[in-house]
Design a protein around this ligand. Structure first.
Ligand code: NAD
Length: 353
């Protein structure tokens, strides 16, 4: 194992910028190369971060023998082919969410990981927030008992990423279901202990994206009329252990918060919880009283997008398990893909995991 892990970043747009402080903060990893199909952006990124090895051909970075880690930050539909090529070239891979929009592609990524013996991690940064880690520790200590229901939402009011990487299925694979649903669902399943999902009934549709004058407050731009993904989805999920989950996501909802409303409630036999407030609700049946407590949090010292890179490098160096295993992303994508299948079918669909 080299003393410093050499990192190549593929796709140097918005999210790659949030990874760079993490690679800079890591004392065991450094970014030495970058690739992007858009040469001017690549050149500007290379100059900003003093990275000299630049190529518009990702294969050059992937096959560079000096590189240990590939950090994939391209639009969703390119994740699987790039990750599989990188794993086959013997690299460790950290890949932006969703790991891939199609469960079948995640299966291939897992197979490539297993054949290579390298580490594959999905960049689910919300797991690295202090509030998430504190609630996970509290839940793992047993304070909710058996979790039998979850309610999760990620709702935005007029906040659609009106960029080609997100609004055209050929690049993204879908709309808010897999763009932001993947965040709140990954976090929820992780806090629940990743029970196996078995079926989903859902809707995914675009009631607002094609409204005359539809706009995004993100850059104050009109929503392109040829947007071909949904803007709203809702689902009911059943798990093998009997637990259930309700999920709601939207980019454009007439909701009562101006930006983003991201919340989750978990309900168990011994208590309930709310994230991100980290409230625990319980009952003393002897005195017939309700109790609420709020977990004490220490302030995050690093942005979670950066911390996930630091933690990935540590896991690779230590030969430790992936901080966000692909098998857990497989559960998430099976549910999200199930929502689209359920919309088409008009009823509940079974999940094949
Ligand atoms: N974790 C988060 O909070 C979060 C937030 C935003 C985006 N993302 C994810 O990050 C990924 C990228 O999103 P973004 O907001 O950075 O998009 P972006 O459009 O800002 O950047 C994507 C970059 O990838 C480049 N690119 C496109 N196809 C490529 C290819 N085949 N090879 C190399 N480069 C290619 C583009 O030229 C662009 O520079 C998506 O998967 C998205 O879901 C995650």
């Amino acid at each position: 194992m080299p003393t410093t892990l050499k990192v190549g970043v593929i796709g140097v747009g918005g999210i790659a910028k949030t990874h760079m402080p993490g690679w800079a903060a890591s004392d065991i990893a450094e970014v030495v190369a970058g690739s992007d199909v858009f040469e001017p952006a690549l050149a500007a990124w290379g100059a900003t971060h003093s990275v000299a090895k630049l190529s518009t051909d990702a294969a050059e970075i992937i096959n560079d023998p000096d590189i240990d880690i590939i950090d994939i930050c391209t639009p969703n539909m390119y994740h699987a082919p790039l990750a599989i090529a990188a794993l086959e070239a013997g690299k460790h891979v950290i890949c932006e969410k969703p790991l891939a929009p199609k469960p079948a592609d995640i299966r291939k990524m897992i197979a490539a990981r297993d054949a290579s013996g390298k580490t594959l991690m999905t960049a689910q940064h919300f797991r690295f927030k202090g509030s998430s880690k504190a609630l996970k520790a509290e839940i793992d200590s047993g304070s909710l008992g058996d979790i039998y229901h979850a309610r999760s939402l990620m709702l935005r009011r007029g906040w659609i990423p009106a960029r080609p990487g997100f609004i055209y299925k050929k690049n993204s694979g879908g709309g808010p279901t897999i763009d932001i649903g993947v965040h709140i669902l990954d976090l929820t399943l992780w806090l629940m202990g990743n029970p196996k999902p078995i079926s989903v009934s859902g809707v995914a549709k675009a009631p607002l994206a094609h409204h005359a004058g539809a706009f995004s407050q993100w850059g104050l731009v009109d929503v392109p009329t040829d947007t071909d993904v949904e803007d709203f989805a809702a689902a009911f999920v059943r798990f093998e252990n009997g637990a259930t989950l309700i999920l709601e996501v939207s980019w454009l909802l007439h909701h009562d918060t101006p930006g983003e409303d991201m919340q989750m409630w978990l309900y168990g036999t011994e208590g309930g919880s709310h994230w991100p407030e980290c409230k625990i609700m319980s009952t003393n049946y002897a005195t017939k009283q309700f109790y609420n407590k709020t977990l004490q949090l220490t302030a995050d010292t690093m942005e979670p997008h950066a911390l996930e890179c630091v933690e990935f490098a540590k896991a690779v160096a230590a030969g430790a398990p992936s901080p966000v295993p692909a098998e857990q992303s497989m559960q998430v994508m099976a549910i999200l893909d199930g929502i689209y299948r359920s919309q088409e079918r008009g009823g509940e669909v079974a999940l094949d995991l």
